[in-house]
Design a protein around this ligand. Structure first.
Ligand SMILES: Cc1cc2nc3c(=O)[nH]c(=O)nc-3n(C[C@H](O)[C@H](O)[C@H](O)COP(=O)(O)O)c2cc1C
Length: 185
């Protein structure tokens, strides 16, 4: 049995990215022999990263806990909004803390990135930055970048993407994530 973790870079009530995360997570659940675990970053509280905190031995336990989960997972899906053409503070901070852990957090799983934004470019600029950052850390990322926008016109009342092209892209991403995960499924 393989494991997929999914997480969202927005904890906003009514987050569009959370809607996309739920949709893709549902598609991953249709894959046989794959356990899907939806994480809530609120359960992994981490102060703003500072080397002084590290030196004082105040690394949050959540950083080690999440790094360990990443290190054991086969797939990690991150769906996150674009803030100012970059990633959200929540994701930037998480990556900073995790980059200092030693649990093989970037080396085992294959990573997939997606975004929903209010703009028509669907947040791909933000996740392209995140892809660069995770690549630098040694992560393997699937080629599909799932950009969805504009957010207010993207989903029906059940959280299903309205555009055929987006639903096809999700299928493609699920295929890539399962095929490229260690040993394939
Ligand atoms: C601080 C901030 C910066 C933003 N920057 C961008 C941006 O660069 N490009 C964009 O398309 N949308 C931008 N937005 C709009 C977000 O795409 C929009 O608020 C989106 O709904 C956030 O995702 P969420 O619904 O999952 O919380 C920004 C929003 C905030 C709060």
């Amino acid at each position: 049995m393989k494991t997929a973790l999914t997480l969202c870079g927005s904890t906003r009530n009514g987050s569009y990215n959370e809607i996309l995360r739920r949709y893709v997570s549902g598609k991953l659940r249709e894959v046989e022999d794959l356990e899907v675990i939806d994480l809530d970053l609120k359960d992994f509280p981490m102060p703003i990263f500072s080397e002084d905190l590290e030196e004082a031995g105040e690394t949050p336990e959540a950083a080690g806990r999440l790094a360990e989960m990443f290190g054991k997972a086969d797939i990690v899906l991150i769906i996150s909004p674009e803030y100012n053409s970059g990633t959200t503070p929540l994701i930037t901070n998480m990556v900073a803390w995790l980059s200092r852990q030693k649990h093989g957090q970037w080396r085992h799983a294959v990573f997939g990135l997606g975004a929903v934004s209010s703009g028509k470019y669907g947040g791909v600029v933000g996740i392209a930055h995140l892809r660069d950052s995770l690549s630098k850390l040694g992560a393997l990322l699937v080629p599909t970048l799932l950009g969805v926008g504009p957010a207010s016109q993207a989903f029906d009342e059940n959280g299903v993407p309205l555009e055929d092209g987006i639903r096809r892209k999700v299928e493609q991403m699920v295929k890539e994530l399962t095929h490229f995960s260690r040993g394939g499924i």
